[in-house]
Each structure stands twice: as structure tokens, then as C-alpha cells.
Design a protein around this ligand. Structure first.
Ligand code: ATP
Length: 253
């Protein structure tokens, strides 16, 4: 895949090559290839069942790789699994914290897992930022959905990874949380982290993404900038272009 203009100096930190993933006879992702550069936000779009979560879970290493290759910051996920995962953070759409660990302990756990040395100040700052400071002693089992989402985002930030995967990161957040998460995504990219942002919220993707990858039935049907997408399809809103590109492909009831 050609590197976007003007970003040639930035290293590619996520490379997905010919990824294919099936569940039994059902092929969820079909020979998908793409790459993301440091500091870039890639918007991952597609109708229900297009293969977005399967792609993210494969990159995160929670789904065993069947076919294809994934490289995170130069480390091959199959051959150097621990090193690759150390450079990557994944925020699932419905994060499940440890029930018996407190919010503060989750950050300590993440810091030790990722080898983050001086994490206390940063951890406190993140809890403030995501309005969890007053819940630092709350157990994972006591958190609301939005709080679980915020904690998962804070953990991802603390790890300071090369690549962050965000699956519907704003689902469940209140308006202040949405503002905080949007700002945090921008800050992350500005400090050089590559972000893959999967969402059905087209306004979010439009505002945040440098480049788009549109999936339909497990295959890439578009990869490029929003301007390129609009130029290819005529001046239209992202919503109109999305609907045209993925016409009739949703598995939603
Ligand atoms: P959504 O927007 O609804 O979250 P998605 O783009 O994330 O959808 P996936 O969850 O990756 O799509 O699903 C892709 C395909 O794989 C769908 O046909 C789905 O039914 C199937 N699939 C996903 N997970 C499983 C599973 N655990 N077992 C069997 N099939 C699955």
C-alpha cells in the first residue's frame, strides 16, 4: 500500500498483511492488508458484521492468528508475541475490569505489565483527566459502563504504546467524558502514537481520522483520506459515501 504523501518520514508502526480470519465456515476477515504510521489516526468503518472487531481482536492477539501476518513496531505478532503486545494497547467496546481490583490497582497492574517506571504522577493525572480520581478505591465490579470505558482508556494511555486500538471508544461516555476522550485521542496521536479508531459514529471518525479504511464483508472497499473518498464519490457527506460504499452489506436485523 502506498504511504500517504507528506508523512513519508514517519515510521510504519502497524502492518497488517493478508489477514484472514474465519469462524468455522464463516469468513469474517478476508485477505485484509493495511498499515498505520506513527502519529496517524486510522478510522475503521463498516456496517455491522463487516469484520472490524475481528480485525482489532486479531491485532490485539486475543484471537489466534489463522492466516496472514501482523507487525507491531517492527515485531511480528506470531514470532515475538510478548514484544509485539508490549507495544500495543487495546480498548474493547465493553471493557471488563478485574472485579476484585480497585481503579488505582488497575493502573498499577498496567504499569507493571508494560514496565512503566515512574507511573504514579501520570496515573493520578489520568484519573483526574478521566474523572476517576474520586473512584480510585472503587472495585472493578462497582464501576458503571462509562467508568469501565474510562478506566480502560486510562490504562491504554498509561502504557504509552506505539499503537492503540479503540473499539467504539465513546460508547457509554457522558458528554464530559466524550470531550475528554476526544482530546486524549488527539494528544496521543500528537505524541506519535498510531491510533486505530473503529466506530459507527461518523462525526467522530470524520473529526479525528487522518485516513479511513472501510470494510464490507471482511474486505477493504476503500482506503484513503476523507478528501480522496469524497473526490472519488463526488462531494458528499461521509454518511452518504459510507452508505453507498456498503450498500446492502449490513448483517443487522
Ligand atoms: P459490529 O459493527 O456489529 O460490531 P464488526 O464489523 O465488528 O460488527 P465482527 O464482530 O468482526 O464485525 O463480525 C464479523 C463476522 O464474524 C460476522 O459475520 C459475525 O457474525 C462473525 N463473528 C464474530 N464473532 C464471532 C464468533 N465469536 N463466532 C462466530 N462468528 C463470529
Amino acid at each position: 500500500m502506498a504511504e500517504p504523501e507528506g508523512t513519508a518520514a514517519r515510521p510504519t508502526v502497524l502492518r497488517v498483511s493478508e489477514l484472514t480470519r474465519s469462524y468455522g465456515a464463516q469468513r469474517a476477515v478476508d485477505r485484509l492488508s493495511f498499515s498505520v504510521q506513527a502519529g496517524e489516526v486510522l478510522g475503521l468503518l463498516g456496517p455491522n458484521g463487516a469484520g472490524k472487531t475481528t480485525t482489532l481482536r486479531s491485532i490485539a492477539g486475543v484471537l489466534p492468528l489463522q492466516e496472514g501476518a501482523i507487525e507491531v513496531a517492527g515485531r511480528d505478532l506470531a514470532r515475538e508475541e510478548v514484544e509485539a503486545k508490549r507495544r500495543l494497547a487495546w480498548v474493547p467496546d465493553d471493557p471488563r475490569p478485574f472485579e476484585a481490583l480497585t481503579v488505582a490497582e488497575h493502573l498499577e497492574f498496567t504499569a507493571s505489565l508494560y514496565g512503566v517506571g515512574d507511573h504514579r504522577d501520570r496515573g493520578r493525572e489520568l484519573l483526574e483527566r478521566f474523572e476517576l480520581a474520586e473512584r480510585a478505591s472503587a472495585l472493578g465490579s462497582e464501576l458503571s459502563r462509562g467508568m469501565r470505558q474510562k478506566l480502560a482508556i486510562a490504562q491504554a494511555w498509561l502504557a504509552d504504546p506505539a499503537v492503540v486500538l479503540l473499539d467504539e471508544p465513546l460508547a457509554g461516555l457522558d458528554p464530559r467524558g466524550i470531550r475528554g476522550a476526544r482530546d486524549a485521542i488527539r494528544d496521543l496521536a500528537a505524541q506519535g502514537t498510531a491510533v486505530v479508531l473503529s466506530s459507527h459514529q461518523l462525526d467522530l471518525v470524520e473529526a479525528m481520522a487522518d485516513r479511513l479504511l472501510v470494510l464490507s464483508s471482511g474486505r477493504a472497499v476503500f482506503s484513503g483520506t476523507l478528501e480522496e473518498l469524497r473526490a472519488a464519490r463526488g462531494a458528499a457527506s461521509l454518511e452518504e459515501v459510507f452508505l453507498a460504499l456498503t450498500d446492502g452489506e449490513s448483517e443487522a436485523p
